[in-house]
Design a protein around this ligand. Structure first.
Ligand code: IDP
Ligand code: MG
Length: 149
């Protein structure tokens, strides 16, 4: 089973969207295997968004992502990396379809509520920026036979 890193950004926490967003992933059938709240500091922001350092939006992104607590989670399931990205919607909420988190809950790219890893490799890297192996839970859920054939 694949794992991905999903994070509700500070605007999502401030706007009381935590429960609704987590609920979407639960309803879909994905399993939460790691969950915590934390406040990102500058060093973690630079690590997470290393590929964007130097871009015109990076300083705005760094101050946004460090501006308040985030909710960090690891989700597990079949093809969950691509599925979570699809559920999050396009980076710019203006282009995100209805039914997606960004399409339904955000307006501007600089306040787009949620993060999801863009590949299996990114997921592995990002998960271990935020979690240790010991913080991730391996467990069975009784509904698995009703979610997977
Ligand atoms: P992603 O979050 O969909 O993977 P990326 O291109 O990796 O999108 O950008 C990371 C984050 O940086 C975005 O989610 C958004 O918060 C922010 N961002 C990206 N492009 C812009 C921009 O043009 N203006 C402001 N913020 C941006
Ligand atoms: Mg990205």
């Amino acid at each position: 089973m694949e794992r991905t890193y999903v994070m509700i950004k500070p605007d999502g926490v401030q706007r009381n969207l935590v429960g609704e967003i987590i609920s979407r992933f639960e309803k879909k059938g994905f399993k939460i295997v790691g969950l915590k709240m934390l406040q990102i500091d500058r060093a973690i922001a630079e690590k997470h968004y290393a590929e964007h350092i130097g871009k015109p939006f990076f300083e705005g992104l760094a101050s946004y992502i460090t501006s308040g607590p985030v909710v960090a989670m690891v989700l597990e399931g079949k093809d969950v990396v691509a599925a979570a990205r699809a559920m999050n919607g396009a980076t710019n909420p203006a282009n995100a379809g209805p039914g997606t988190v960004r399409g339904d809950m955000a307006i501007e790219v600089g306040r787009n509520v949620i993060h999801g890893s863009d590949s299996v490799d990114s997921a592995k890297r990002e998960i271990f920026i935020y979690f240790t192996e010991e913080e991730l839970c391996e467990y069975k859920k009784v509904l698995e036979n009703w979610i997977y054939e």
